[in-house]
Structure formats: structure tokens, C-alpha cells
Design a protein around this ligand. Structure first.
Ligand code: PRX
Length: 650
């Protein structure tokens, strides 16, 4: 897919407001950012407040996985997100909390945010949390989540947010890896009218873990939960004891801000570590230009803060820029499939950012869920997390945007901290499905199998980056060698993204998806190895192979081929499927549950024992006659057997 099916010119309505007015405007700024990066970033760094100026703009060597920005500079992220706005916009809404029940929506001003964050910061301090300590946050999308992460930033503690859909085992692993001494959670979460027993999950996660000294519990519903004396404390009671002011800790630009775990091809999830100065400058600049945010805009990123999108584009970018940002607690289909548009109408949202999965899920419910709402406030529509199929793009553009809004298809990753390849409002004609152009300072390249850069304009290969940018992750927490191995060893001197791409004749980039054993399910990133190791832990299972297959709503569905142990007895296929799904839910979380489980007599392995996933992927899409060469398999006959199982399942 390197050519757009249709190209939509930038609308005058967009261009009349946008910071950049043409591709030439973009090119001039981009050229400056890559021909003299230090000068460019020195200027851009001035968009945030520094307590002490930095001595050096950048110092990096990708071959060594060594990246440093704005060294010598001192700043505080929560000061930048809150305090510096108090004088000019203290009474402006900082956060609109769009609660699960739409009528419970609430506005939080910058001044209130300041008081709440300071109180939580003082609570953390009162329990002995100090600069550099790790705090694990397992909260739903409620204001306490924003308060707690900003409170950590205020006192220099490193937050590690775990998406509130992960299992007890997944939290436990993350707590152990980061050695977090405190966990902040809620009694219950609410999503789509359902209650989620978060505290019960945390109890299981921390059971017997000496490292966790304190569990703070925000009371989000009336439900009483078990509180362990001496360990568990009520957040509201603790906050009530604290003053609403707390001096911000002066942090070095390269001090850690947060750890966020993400899945890779191998092993357990990695704790990507982001630092302070470069991350914030990058979050702020990208947020302003990609979403063309102007003072007074109402901005809504409907992601969850448990993922990087929420970190950078619900909290840090928007608040640094003094924007009104929405925290969406619910799901797109509650109480009905018009929820997003009802919200857009009620809050007069100008900029709306979500994942293709959500768009597909509501598009299929029909246009009648969009039609009743006044969406004329919308100007910019964004997508993120996975490639967007042209049908979903067109629906977003025409039905939601009424052909009056621009769409920014933003490509980036947990590792990149912020958006790297994206259209910019006013700059690009729109090509459905194309991420288009690198952001300022970003230098992508396409490399072939051998790691040679393809220098022709039109290219197809692996997407890498040639230069560091301020927002990139600095390391894998506690394992720098893994960081280097994963991202910088494949193609020495380059950052390897793990994605494939094509570059078309206009020089626009199209992301084609992961080229490793990572799958993207509903925009959530999962490692197939991680799911396999969970499945294999079940007593009935001898071995498994997990792949992604095309799924109408989720983009990618999870398909597990499993082989039973000889002593498993004869469970029915349904029993095996339930057992496998249950095992994965408990080890990782429901998001990683296979959509389809096929019990097979064997797996297609080479003589050296490597599973040929290529063959499984072909079978999963019914391309039985297009399996390529199977003669290198140890037992080619297994292929026909698997095909039979797949056919029977359909
Ligand atoms: O494969 C790419 C896909 O999501 C991966 C990153 O996942 P994660 O770290 O969870 O971050 C998601 C949100 C930033 C990428 O390697 N991806 C992300 N955005 C896009 C995308 N694929 C295609 N188009 C996008 N716009």
C-alpha cells in the first residue's frame, strides 16, 4: 500500500488557523531541525520553564545506546504542567474528567489541580517516598491518576503506571522489576457500567512482597474493601491531613521521570525509562504542532493513561501547553455507540484523538449514532496505535469529520516518547493510511535485509532512525544491555523500530506493521513469546505457537496453535480453549487472551526446531495453497493436519 487510493487536499478551514500553511513551511522548519539540530532544540527548549539553564543541548551515540539531552539543566515536570500556568490561567479548566456516567463529568481547574497534586505529593512524602524511588500506579482513569503521576514528578519519584486491565501476576512482575515500594490503586474501577475490583487484584499482586511497604487506596465507589493494617491507607483521609502546597524538587534534565513496561519479541516486558527535560520538550512541541493546539482549545485524547499515549498526550504534553485536556473513564460504546460524539458535543471538543480499533468498533454500529450530535467544534482528528485501514479512515473523515476536519495518523512507540512520523495540519494533503512525514528533528531511514539504507525516494523495508531526538527512551530499567541489544544492535548506528514501512514517490511514509514477533491487538502491544510462555505453563499444554491474524475490529486477533501433553487426557476443544484463555487472563490480563485456540497434533518446525510462523500465518488467513516451501520442515505432513484443524474450526 504505497499509493493513496484518494488524496484529499488540505481544507481552507484548517489552513486558516494552522501554525504551518504549506509543505514548504514544514520543509523550512524541518530543514532547520536537521541541519542544525542543537540550535533548533536549544530554541525549542525555551518553551518550557527551567530553574537552571542547561549547558549542552545534546550528546548522543546511537551505536552505544547513549543519549543525553539538555545536560546541566534543572527543571520540574509538575511545575511546568501546573505552577507556571497559575498566574495566567489558574481558573481555566486543566482537566475535564469525563466519568463513566456522562452526567458525572467534572471540571478541574489548574488551581485545583495544583492543590490536589501538592496534597498527594505530601502524602507520598509522609510515607517516606523520595526522589528516585519507584511508585507503581494501578489506577483507573480517574483524577487521582493524574494527581498521583504529577505528584511523583513533583517530588522526583519515578512512576510506573500499570494499565488497570493487567492481571495480578503482571503487576507483581512489574513491581519486582522496578522495586517499587508503594502501590497506588483504587477500591474499584468503573468501565461501561461494570465494576472492576482493582484492590483485590493488588492484594494478590503484593501478597508476600516485602518490597511494597504501602498501598494507597483511592475510594472511587462506595464499595468497602479489605484494608491491611499498617500497609493499606485511604488516599482521601491521608490527603485531608496534608497541606495544599509542596515545593517542586529540582530535577536534572536526565533524571528519570517514569518507567513504562512494554512487550517485545522476547522475554518479559521491558521497563522503558524516560527522563525529564528532553521528554517534556518533545511532548510539548509535538502536542502543539501535531494537533495544532491553540489557546482555548478543548482537546480529547480518548486513550488510557496506562499506555504511553496517555502519558504524553493526555497529561504531559497538553498540561505543559496549558491546554484543557479530557480524561475519558468510559468505553466508546457506553451507554451507547454515540458516546464519543455526545461527549464532543457537550464539551465542544476541537481535537479528538483515538485508536483505529475504537473507530472500527463504533463505525460498524452505524451512522445513526453520529448523526444526532453537533460535531461542528471538531477541527483535528487523530489516530494512533496501529495502521488504520482505508475504510475506517474514510468513515472517520466523512461521517465524523464531515470532510471538514483534518486527520493526523500519528506513528510512534512507547520507546519514542512522542510522535515521530505524522501529518501536520495545514501541511499535507491527506492520504488515507499514510503517516506521511517525519516530525522536526526526526531522521527516519528505510533499510533492507542487510542493513543497507535504501536511498531512493521510493523504498520498502525496515524503519530505522538515524539520529536521536529528545523524547526517546534512555534505557530499559535495570538492564541497559537489553536496551542496546533490542534497539541498537541490529543495524549499528541506527535505532531499529521493529516496524516495516514503505516510502512513496512523494517521500511519504506508510507504516506496514511489526516485522518481529510483536502483535498489535486493538492498538495494544503484546509479545507472542509472552503469551506462549503463559499458555505453556498450563498443565495440559506441551507447546504452543501464537500469531496475529486479521481481525475486523481489533485489527489483529490472537490465534494460538497448541499441542496437548500426552497425559492431558482428552479434554474437548472448548475445554482447552477455556483453559488457555483463563491461563493467559490470569498471567497477563484479558487483553492478551487468544481469540482462537486450535488444538493441533504438531507444529511446523524446521529440522533445527524453529517454528515456521510464516506457514501458520498463511494458514490463519486461509491461504492454504500459498504456503511457500515446506520441504525444510522436519515433518511436512503436519501442515496438512493443521490446515484440517483450521478448516474444521471455521
Ligand atoms: O507497530 C507500530 C504501531 O504500534 C507500535 C508501538 O506500540 P506501543 O509502543 O504500544 O505504542 C502505541 C502508541 C504510540 C509501533 O511499533 N503503531 C503505532 N502507531 C501507528 C502504528 N502503526 C501504524 N500506524 C500508526 N499510526
Amino acid at each position: 500500500m504505497s499509493e493513496a487510493s484518494r488524496i484529499y487536499p488540505v481544507q481552507d478551514r484548517i489552513r486558516s488557523q494552522s501554525y504551518l500553511k504549506s509543505r514548504a513551511d514544514y520543509q523550512a522548519m524541518y530543514q532547520k531541525s536537521v541541519s542544525n539540530p542543537d540550535e533548533f532544540w536549544r530554541e525549542q527548549a525555551m518553551r518550557i520553564s527551567w530553574f537552571h539553564p542547561f549547558d549542552r543541548v545534546s550528546d548522543w551515540d546511537l551505536a552505544q545506546a547513549s543519549v543525553r539531552w539538555f545536560e546541566g539543566g534543572k527543571l520540574n515536570v509538575s511545575y511546568n504542567c501546573i505552577d507556571r500556568h497559575l498566574e495566567s490561567r489558574g481558573d481555566q479548566t486543566a482537566i475535564i474528567f469525563e466519568a463513566d456516567e456522562p452526567e458525572h463529568a467534572r471540571h478541574i481547574s489548574y488551581r485545583e489541580l495544583h492543590a490536589e497534586v501538592c496534597r498527594v505529593a505530601n502524602v507520598l512524602k509522609s510515607f517516606g517516598v523520595k526522589k528516585g524511588d519507584r511508585v507503581c500506579i494501578y489506577l483507573p482513569m480517574i483524577p487521582e491518576l493524574a494527581y498521583t503521576m504529577l505528584a511523583c514528578a513533583r517530588i522526583g519519584a519515578i512512576h510506573s503506571i500499570v494499565f488497570a486491565g493487567f492481571s495480578a501476576d503482571a503487576i507483581r512482575d512489574r513491581i519486582i522489576d522496578s522495586q517499587a515500594s508503594m502501590v497506588v490503586t483504587a477500591n474499584e474501577g468503573l468501565r461501561g457500567g461494570k465494576r472492576i475490583a482493582l484492590k483485590t487484584v493488588v492484594d494478590k499482586a503484593v501478597d508476600g512482597l516485602d518490597v511494597v511497604k504501602t498501598v494507597l487506596v483511592a475510594k472511587h465507589t462506595e464499595t468497602e474493601v479489605n484494608m491491611v493494617t499498617g500497609r493499606d491507607f485511604d488516599m482521601a483521609e491521608e490527603k485531608a491531613r496534608q497541606r495544599p502546597t509542596c515545593p517542586p524538587e529540582w530535577m536534572d534534565a536526565e533524571d528519570p521521570l517514569f518507567i513504562l513496561y512494554t512487550s517485545g519479541s522476547t522475554g518479559k516486558p521491558k521497563g522503558l525509562m524516560h527522563t525529564t527535560g528532553g521528554y517534556l520538550v518533545y511532548a510539548s512541541l509535538t502536542h502543539q504542532y501535531v494537533f495544532d493546539v491553540h489557546p482555548g482549545d478543548i482537546y480529547c485524547c480518548a486513550a488510557d493513561i496506562g499506555w504511553v499515549t496517555g502519558h504524553t498526550y493526555i497529561i504531559y504534553g497538553p498540561l505543559t501547553n496549558g491546554t484543557t485536556t479530557i480524561m475519558f473513564e468510559s468505553v466508546p460504546t457506553y451507554p451507547h455507540a454515540g458516546r464519543y460524539w455526545d461527549m464532543v458535543q457537550r464539551h465542544k471538543v476541537n481535537i479528538f484523538y483515538t485508536a483505529p480499533t475504537a473507530i472500527r468498533a463504533i463505525a460498524r454500529e452505524g451512522n445513526q449514532w453520529v448523526a444526532p450530535y453537533d460535531l461542528s467544534s471538531l477541527r483535528i482528528l487523530g489516530t494512533v496505535g496501529e495502521p488504520i485501514n482505508p475504510e475506517a479512515w474514510e468513515w472517520y473523515y466523512q461521517v465524523v469529520g464531515k470532510s471538514q476536519c483534518t486527520i493526523v495518523d500519528t506513528w510512534w512507540q512507547t520507546e519514542t516518547g512522542g510522535i515521530l512520523i505524522t501529518p501536520l495540519p495545514g501541511v499535507n494533503d491527506l492520504k488515507p493510511g499514510a503517516a506521511t512525514l517525519p516530525f522536526f528533528g526526526v531522521q527516519p531511514c528505510v533499510v533492507d535485509q542487510d542493513g543497507q539504507e535504501i536511498t531512493t525516494t521510493e523504498a520498502k523495508g525496515y524503519l530505522c532512525m538515524k539520529a536521536a531526538w529528545p523524547g526517546m527512551a534512555r534505557t530499559v530499567y535495570g538492564d541497559h544491555e537489553r536496551f542496546k541489544q533490542t534497539y541498537f544492535s541490529q543495524y549499528p548506528g541506527l535505532y531499529f523500530t521493529g516496524d516495516g514501512c514503505t516510502r512513496d514517490r512523494d517521500g511519504d511514509y506508510w507504516i506496514t506493521g511489526r516485522v518481529d514477533d510483536v502483535i498489535n491487538v486493538s492498538g495494544h502491544r503484546l509479545g507472542t513469546a509472552e503469551i506462549e510462555s503463559s499458555i505453556n505453563a498450563h498443565e495440559w499444554i506441551a507447546e504452543s505457537a501464537v500469531i496475529g491474524y486479521p481481525h475486523e475490529i481489533k485489527g489483529t486477533g490472537i490465534l494460538a496453535f497448541v499441542i496437548l501433553n500426552a497425559d492431558a487426557g482428552s479434554p474437548s476443544d472448548a475445554d482447552v480453549s477455556n483453559a488457555v484463555r483463563g491461563q493467559v487472563s490470569s498471567d497477563i490480563g484479558k487483553i492478551a487472551r487468544p481469540d482462537m485456540v486450535l488444538v493441533c497434533p504438531g507444529l511446523p518446525k524446521t529440522r533445527s526446531g524453529k517454528i515456521m510462523r510464516r506457514i501458520l500465518r498463511k494458514i490463519s488467513i486461509g491461504a492454504y495453497d500459498d504456503l511457500g516451501n515446506v520441504t525444510t520442515l522436519a515433518d511436512p505432513s503436519v501442515v496438512d493436519q493443521i490446515i484440517q484443524v483450521h478448516k474444521n474450526h471455521k
